[in-house]
Design a protein around this ligand. Structure first.
Ligand code: KMH
Ligand code: ZN
Length: 306
């Protein structure tokens, strides 16, 4: 039976509270969402945190710890913590979660890019919080910084704390960046790639581009596991393509607020259920957290610091 890892990206730092009443904001909502995606068949939850009062993304270490501890008390889900943080989060703050919680997985963004969201402002009719509109509009002048210096620092911090980097790849140049880090002896193979398509500033979300990214990675890296996530309406088509190409899939409200056209997803768990329904049509079963640990060679939930 073919097993593939389904990841659920619970809340992210892209969508804001006014875009969906279902976007989890508080620690309690995030814990509940993590358990729900686990029950729906996800093996990994990708975790961002937010200010519980305003829903503004942050990198609050106490909230990370509280959420991780409670999720671990309820299930053995693999947790993948973001080192992206909120838009504009200071670089040194972003990676702190790797040394504080010593998780099994943390993201590592394999290069800098314009991470633009200003174009989604017009879709919001009414704003709940004053910070939302300027946060999104300000991305017309925002570069998400991941230099070779900070990538090296992040990798060294992750390795020192037993956290496996999940390399977020937004464009082909980032495959090249990662190949350089591998060839320089900074990054150890096999690596785990998360192809992220459809962010304005990164590669557009098309089948052709996914195949191009994959071919480039095969040529330049060759030893890797890969997953795919895509923004918005491209989420399910490209996650399905990933499964057919031998990859894993990431869904969740971080990447897409909808379950289908004009229907808001009430939970990332609904998207997990949908991609698993699709996978099963092709004889693909969701990996358990334990199977995901084996596929990705993770250190085990008994070795985390939470
Ligand atoms: N915070 C976004 C700018 C990650 O999780 O590492 C990028 C992000 C990627 O969310
Ligand atoms: Zn993220």
């Amino acid at each position: 039976m073919t097993k593939r890892i389904i990841t659920a990206a619970l809340t992210g730092s892209i969508h804001t509270p006014s875009m969906s009443p279902y976007l989890p904001i508080t620690p309690e909502q995030l814990i509940s969402e993590a358990v729900a995606v686990y029950k729906a068949g996800a093996a990994v939850a990708h975790v961002h945190v937010r200010d519980p009062e305003t829903g503004m993304p942050n990198a609050d270490q106490d909230i990370y710890r509280r959420i991780a501890t409670e999720i671990k008390r309820q299930c053995d889900l693999v947790l993948c913590f973001t080192t992206g943080g909120k838009l504009g989060e200071p670089v040194e703050n972003r990676v702190r979660v790797a040394s504080n919680l010593q998780p099994e997985l943390t993201t590592l963004n394999a290069g800098s890019l314009n991470f633009a969201l200003f174009h989604i402002v017009d879709g919001v009719k009414e704003w709940k919080y004053d910070w939302e509109k300027p946060y999104l509009e300000g991305t017309d002048d925002f570069i998400f910084p991941n230099t070779f210096k900070t990538m090296r620092q992040y990798v060294e911090t992750m390795y020192a704390n037993g956290a496996k980097p999940e390399f977020e790849i937004y464009d082909t140049g980032m495959v090249n960046n990662l190949a350089f880090l591998i060839n320089s002896g900074i990054v150890r193979k096999p690596v785990y790639l998360q192809f992220v398509l459809g962010i304005l500033g990164g590669i557009p979300a098309t089948l052709q581009n996914l195949v191009f990214l994959l071919d480039t990675a095969k040529k330049q890296i060759d030893d890797f596991e890969f997953s795919v996530c895509a923004a918005g309406r491209n989420q399910f088509p490209l996650c399905t393509a990933s499964l057919l190409l031998g990859g894993h899939a990431r869904v969740g409200l971080e990447d897409n607020l909808y379950l289908e056209k004009d229907v808001l997803a009430k939970s990332s768990a609904e998207q997990v259920e949908k991609i698993i329904r699709i996978a099963k049509e092709f004889g693909i079963e969701p990996a358990t957290p334990g199977e995901a640990r084996t596929i990705l060679n993770l250190k085990g939930i008994d070795k985390v610091n939470y």
